[in-house]
Design a binder for this molecule. Structure first.
Ligand SMILES: *Cc1c(COP(=O)(O)O)cnc(C)c1O
Length: 359
């Protein structure tokens, strides 16, 4: 926590708005929108809820196909299934590790040839590295398919000064406990078309019609962020820049210390700015990756392989996938290193000491 969160929580208590309504929600939405330079924000209970609402808002329904990055956390894909639609999984390109524009276009053409045009594209800015979103947007425009950006891990990441999450029709963020800022649990939907956020807020509060009694013409959800949680968010916004600097400093430390070893890092392409939410390394082989992971574990240091690909998940075994081998290779050889904003120099020295000892 940054320090001022309790001040905003106290404000919620002082004004007695212990509810999914109140000043903190409006204040947090304002601060968040200003930071991103986006027109509208809807504060919600989670990033997953934000993705679900985004798909509802562009009318994804039973039988529809949604193109989504296979190299991601399952939270990106689950909301597609909540709408009874079918995920179509797309492989990565090696530079950013995110959705390959080439594979995306190949998949679109193939799905159209098979008789169905995909209804949405969900690229992910995984680990805080922006995807090649400008190329993806160009393809989306050509085929007239809306884009929902999963920016859950990339708050603060930019391309030529423009924030991830603000390129697509809508963008989604998460304030889960493990993200770069946290409200314990929370999320946001953002858009430069304010009607989307208005409608999201409406659906997130049980889709209640304007009437003196409770009246509903649509099915809604209970997805609105609480005023207490939003107070944590307001405090966290004050330290977001510091958190990004700390994550980037972790990355710089690891790259310097491990420079002479056969491990590589994802570099920022020209104009890209990553928040370095997690520092990830690529080793020479699966065996080498496991050797490092187990050596760290033996010292009670947690690390984790990259997110297991969606097309390799038992639950999605029958889902169509357009793969090129890139993400599977990354999954076999990649490792997420300890990346907390509060890692001390001594912590980091200890971590690189163990890694160096593996060579
Ligand atoms: C965390 C995360 C989400 C989901 O956010 P929650 O707030 O945990 O629901 C979605 N996508 C990615 C890539 C994430 O890392």
């Amino acid at each position: 926590m940054g320090g001022n969160e309790m001040k905003y929580i106290q404000h919620a208590f002082d004004t007695n708005w212990i509810a999914p309504a109140g000043d903190n929600i409006a204040g947090f939405e304002q601060d968040f929108g200003n930071f991103l330079g986006v027109k509208a924000v809807a504060a919600l209970t989670s990033g997953t809820a934000a993705l679900h609402l985004a798909l509802r808002l562009i009318n994804i329904r039973q039988g529809d196909e949604v193109l989504v990055q296979t190299h991601t956390h399952i939270a990106t894909v689950n909301p597609i299934t909540y709408q009874c639609a079918t995920p179509i999984l797309i492989d990565s390109e090696p530079e950013t590790w995110n959705m390959s524009p080439e594979m995306l276009e190949k998949a679109i053409k193939d799905r159209i040839a098979k008789g169905k045009k995909p209804k949405a594209i969900i690229p992910v800015h995984l680990y805080g590295m922006p995807a090649k979103i400008e190329e993806i947007m160009a393809i989306a425009k050509q085929y007239d398919i809306p884009v929902v950006e999963d920016a859950a891990e990339s708050l603060g990441a930019k391309i030529n000064g423009k924030h991830t999450g603000t390129f697509g029709t809508m963008g989604v963020f998460s304030f889960n406990g493990n993200k770069i800022i946290t409200t314990s649990g929370g999320g946001a939907l953002v858009s430069n078309e304010p009607e989307y956020c208005q409608k999201a807020t409406f659906l997130a509060t049980q889709a209640r019609d304007e009437a003196p009694h409770y009246q509903h013409s649509e099915i809604g959800y209970n997805y609105r962020m609480s005023n207490i949680v939003a107070g944590i968010g307001r405090g966290q916004m004050e330290v977001l820049d510091k958190r990004i600097a700390a994550r980037r400093a972790n990355f710089d430390f690891y790259t310097q210390e491990l420079a002479n070893l056969p491990v590589s890092f994802v570099k920022e392409p020209e104009g890209f700015f990553a928040n370095r939410w997690l520092t990830t390394i690529l080793t020479d082989s699966y065996e080498q990756r496991e050797k490092i992971r187990l050596a760290l574990a033996a010292e009670n240091i947690e690390s984790r392989p990259l997110w297991k690909l969606m097309h390799l998940q038992p639950v999605f075994k029958d889902v169509p996938a357009y793969t090129n081998g890139v993400s599977e290779d990354l999954f076999n050889r990649g490792l997420c290193l300890p990346s907390g904003s509060n890692l001390t120099d001594a912590d980091k020295e200890r971590i690189v000491g163990v890694i160096k000892g593996c060579f």
